[in-house]
Design a protein around this ligand. Structure first.
Ligand code: TRH
Length: 361
């Protein structure tokens, strides 16, 4: 099958991160994928070696699309529009032309953002007729990723858990040049969390030594603003990770005893890692992200201590952040792994999507 995925980078790395992961998953199943993207710069570090079966195409203006990409025989079987990004009119016209010439139906999927809120189950799979533009007369379908069987599921490679089980963290840390003497490891991938200062101060003062592995970009800038020398002191050591490929980002999460994640894709990867996590949610207008965080914590069956930690980490509560003690952290880990077990019993997103497309074609 031929898939075209359209992606517009709004900000941060989630749009490209999810689209690249989906493209890889579809190509791994033997399909041909074109990823049309307006800003592919993050792929230079996220996916430096590319992926067999995936062609990345710069998507700027319709007029700039090379005619060979628009030949009717290269029309996709499935058009995936990521996060309502309005795919190129020229490719939509290509699909219409191909359908007219061979009479075969094509599918148009609107891939939505991940949420655990109840509306996801209601809206997943709904049709949306197209009335205007080159695609008038076609029907888009909403496809919602999610945490329950009535949604589109989550991206997960078939061999992920086997790779996770065989992972050697000491060897990985050594390869990254991270000196590890058995201290607690914490990863930080965040925006500018309101409680970052409190977290770092408590880690410094804790009797238990901790190494915080700080990811590149906004997390690194936020920590540097507090510790310009790059060193924290006390019980807290800092390691700075450059931007790494997606698989190495997984390895970071597999190495740590507590992961701070953000956005959506890293949240999912944190769930697969199975270690306790704290999620900094992407802020939305009208504080819609408050409900979204609550819905996730409900689905997770998070104990009160984990809820409070999330509210403090995201700046939703007046209560200060309290570093969990060892039994609390262990409890969070069990909750995470139970939730992961529920997810592993469900099909992954690419399998859901293939089945959905087969039904609609
Ligand atoms: O970067 P994000 O904050 O993305 C956000 C959210 O997706 C948000 O919902 C969206 O609306 C906004 O972007 C526009 O976080 P997220 O979703 O976790 O994506 C980060 C990606 O970057 C993920 O695929 C992991 C990858 N990554 C690496 O591959 N290597 C790295 O070194 C780092 C730091 C990240």
């Amino acid at each position: 099958m031929r898939w075209d995925i359209f992606c517009k980078v709004i900000d941060n790395h989630g749009d490209v991160g999810v689209c690249w992961r989906l493209a890889r998953a579809l190509a791994a199943g033997g399909d041909a994928v074109r990823l049309w993207i307006d800003d592919a710069s993050a792929l230079a570090w996220m996916a430096p070696r590319g992926c067999p079966g995936v062609t990345v195409l710069r998507w700027h203006e319709d007029a700039a699309i090379a005619p060979e990409h628009l030949a009717p025989e290269r029309a996709p079987d499935v058009l995936v529009e990521a996060f309502g990004c309005d795919p190129a009119a020229a490719v939509i016209a290509q699909i219409v032309q191909a359908m007219q010439s061979d009479g075969r139906k094509r599918c148009w999927i609107n891939l939505e953002y991940l949420s655990a809120e109840p509306y996801v189950e209601r809206l997943h799979g709904l049709p949306s007729p197209v009335f205007r533009g080159p695609g008038a007369g076609l029907t888009k379908h909403f496809f919602y990723p999610g945490f329950t069987p009535a949604t589109g599921g989550l991206l997960r490679e078939p061999d992920l858990m086997a790779r996770r089980a065989a992972f050697d963290r000491a060897a990985w840390l050594a390869r990254q040049g991270i000196e590890w003497r058995g201290e607690r490891l914490v990863s930080l991938f965040s925006y500018e969390p309101p409680a970052l200062r409190a977290l770092l101060a408590q880690l410094r003062a804790s009797p238990e030594p901790t190494r915080l592995i700080v990811t590149a970009g906004r997390a690194a800038a936020a920590v540097r603003a507090l510790y310009p020398s790059g060193k924290a002191g006390g019980s807290l050591a800092l390691s700075w990770l450059p931007h790494v490929p997606q698989d190495e980002f997984d390895h970071l999460l597999w190495s740590c005893d507590l992961n701070f994640v953000r956005g959506e894709d890293s949240l999912v990867r944190g769930l697969w890692a199975g270690a306790p996590l704290a999620w900094q949610i992407y802020p939305q207008d009208d504080d819609a992200h408050h409900m979204k965080l609550g819905a996730f914590l409900d689905w997770l069956e998070a104990p009160e201590s984990l809820r409070e930690f999330h509210y403090a980490w995201n700046g939703f509560s007046a209560q200060g952040l309290r570093l969990p003690d060892a039994p609390t952290l262990a409890r969070w880990g069990s909750v995470l792994r139970e939730a992961r077990g529920r997810l592993l019993a469900q099909p992954d997103l690419a399998s859901h999507l293939r089945r959905f497309v087969a039904q609609k074609s």
